[in-house]
Ligand binder design. Sequence first.
Ligand code: AMP
Length: 582
Amino acid sequence: MEYIDLVEVFEKLEKTSKRLEKTYILSELLKKATKEDIEYIIYLVQGRIFPQWDQREIGMSSKLIVKLLSSVTGSSNEDIERLWSKEGDLGNVAFILIQKNKQRTLSSYKLTVKKVIENLRKLTELEGIGTVNKKIQLVAELLTSAKPLEAKFIVKNVLGTLRVGIAGGILRDAIVWAFFDKEIELNYDKEQKTFDVNREKYNYYVDSVQRAYDMTNDFSKVALLIGKNGIKNLEKEKLSPGNPINVMLYQKAEDIEDAFKIVGKPCAFEFKYDGIRLQIGKDSNGKITVFTRRLEDVTKQFPEVVLYVDKYVNSKTFILDSEAVGYNPKTKKYLPFQSISQRIKRKYDIKSMSEKFPVELNIFDIMYYNEEVLLNKPFKERRKILEKITKQEKLKLVLAKQLITSDKKEAEKFFKESLAQGEEGVMAKNLDGIYRPGSRVGYGVKIKPTADTFDLVIVKAEWGEGKRSKWLTSYTVACKHNDNLLEVGKVSTGLKEKGDELTFDYMTKTLKELIKEEKGRNVVVKPEIVMEVGYSEIQKSPTYSSGYALRFPRVIQLRPDRSIKDIYTLDDIKIAYKKQKK
Ligand code: AMP
């Protein structure tokens, strides 16, 4: 496919905010594309060149793009900078410059989607000194042949600022519309922008594609699998260690009794450890990879975890679900999440970090073992496999402490024991429950003492006043309700002016990268930063879109391991509100 055909679709997608219209436009594009192009298009439309969890980075700064545009178009750096501050986006700047560039000999060379993604992928292979020029060459090669619109999106793709409003749900639906339009009896009315389908079949296909996505986190791979085998074989092929799956999530139970009601009797209670959830895979070449629940590859950050699973888990291949818990290397006492959270993002001094803030790995599930997918096996069998293949060694690698019971008193004792050891509470798991990636199904629930903190996402921020004007000092936080984010309050307490973390400086640097809009002192940010927020009371309030407000909210800690998928819901807040009234 020619690249111009793709970017024209990008333009169309940018211009509409209607979900159905976007789905239709994208599905028509997918229908037209060859197999090879489908893979590329799905990455490019998401502003990527690899799957979400792939850590390879293009690594080109805005400054470098300015230099590059200058050498390709002959405009001076100063002119480009001026245009940039007027336009606010270097993609648009590229569009204008290439359009104005009259002395350019019109290249007869036509860019293809393949050529663009290949050059961009090559950028990720270059590292270190002396590679800057090679990077410039690779992008310049594209820009010299690019039409204005192509240049706009090449630059956006390089800088990672390409956003045409294609969220996961739209991509999933577009794949269904493109591949199964006949099966679902799709009728899309272009004028009214409405559609009609056979609902039952539609739900079936959407669910299948979603499930395949939960296991691969890669819509390109899902589309390729459909192309190869149709819908039937989608499930079989998908798990491979090294390719992280979306972890299973747990609902909340009010107390032990409620837990029994949800998961049944007897059930397995487990300590709920307060650490970092790690998904660990070992592939048939013996390569071990470690991912957070946000699918960040943290293999390098946790060298001891790699060693432990290699040594203490006896199986050629596996995917494990676990919680890494910090402990004090001197006293051997367990420590809360906060003490080890800094290890997730750490890029240097990794060895000394792992000595200062060591972790014990608590394994609680297994999804893949010796080339076999275990997702549909009952939990009790998965646990048996874990018991068979692991050698436990305290402070290194152990299985989650477990008690199988139908007895409320025993369970309550176990709950207290867990809290006494400094853990967060207990999990209760249905012994026959399957492992359902990405869903909060009721096969397992968590029980914690009543929450007096919430994990919320920052949606807006405000520049400070006076001597704090260089910082974003106040943060509007939101919970979620279905697909919406609803505000519950403004936090500014709990941060420091100086220090290593949780400072205004750190927050400002982090949030600045995420700014979507800025008006006066107020900025709207991409909802990515999750923080745990404490409060004294929940009140009903018309001020915030959730209808509730937190009184005296304060920042407890940042949760870099969590995303908006994990934040508290409006229901959680309603429950806590009702409880406090009792
Ligand atoms: P929450 O973070 O409150 O939604 O609780 C669920 C989290 O508890 C999981 O994502 C895990 O990171 C963590 N966890 C700790 N111990 C266990 C366990 N034994 N089984 C499952 N999850 C656990």
